[in-house]
Design a protein around this ligand. Sequence first.
Ligand code: ECH
Length: 320
Amino acid sequence: MGYTIESAQSIFSNTQVPSPIPATLALFEQLSVDDKLALLWYVYTEMGRSVTPAAVGAARLQFAEGLLQEIRKLSQPDQLQVMRDLANRADTPASRSYGFFSVNTKLAFWYELGELMKQGIVAPMPAGYKISKGIQVVLDTIKQLDAGQQITVLRNAVVDMGFSSTAIPTSAATSAEPLFQRAEPAPAKIAVEGITEPTVLSYLEALNKDDFEAALALFTPDGALQPPFQKPLIGKEAIGRYMRAEAQGLNILPQQGISESLPDGSKQVKVTGIVQTPWFGVNVGMNISWRFLLNPQGNIFFVAIDMLASPQELLSLRPV
Ligand code: ECH
């Protein structure tokens, strides 16, 4: 098969509409550190009502427990300083510990800190805090996004915090994390309008069962998976590590797709649908597309997962 990962990245490229998420995060980055924390507080307390508390199992918090205990012991000004250091990615011991957390442990850490803030145990938002002009601009931008995009902005803001001296993604550090509890059972059998490729259906079904070994078996040895807004992860080891850390408990509800055979017998397949994260369960659906390049034997050489710019894109299934 005469493809490279680079050429595979551009399959179905004309169905890709630029996502507003990177632009929103770039605006967020320009805020001062206190404005960043305040903005996250406003957005999260608005959205936070829909977090499924079951997702934040005690097991998941155990990785963050040490740091949370230390923060509890600090004075309120020092607690605020730790939060500022995290948001500033300062090189401090707390910020370094945080940098080693996996994505889900980072989210669980802030979830718990938010609960402690609500209880007044950790420095809460000062009463009568006045929203700055800068916050208002970012807040208005975030309000335009759909719920799935809003939680992606929150997630990425949290993931980017803390100090990490290595280029290795932090999720690589903790592959032995406990499983996520599914709020709702995922559909076991998948039927996607327009799609008969067994590999694609098996991939989606494997993820719904958290059966990452079965999903990995579908890839070629040099296959790649490109998560939303990230570079491709190449090879089964990297993909497996990533899936075990970040793909647990997802409910995948694909809707439709198109498939095209290429002259050399390989196929490109695009599927669109909804993905629910265990963090928000059925409360938030993310509009997602998968772009697969299958080799002539039907193995996955490349799959890109993209957040759709709008629900209209669910229906945007043009070839090329
Ligand atoms: C407080 C104030 C101070 C600062 C902060 C605060 C707390 C904030 C909190 C935020 C919590 C946010 C959460 C966000 C969760 C988002 C989850 C998302 C998941 C997306 C997953 C996708 C998966 C796609 C995939 C598929 C595949 O086929 C392959 C694998 C994979 C308020 C204290 C910070 C608490 C909980 C967006 C799209 C489909 C690529 C994984």
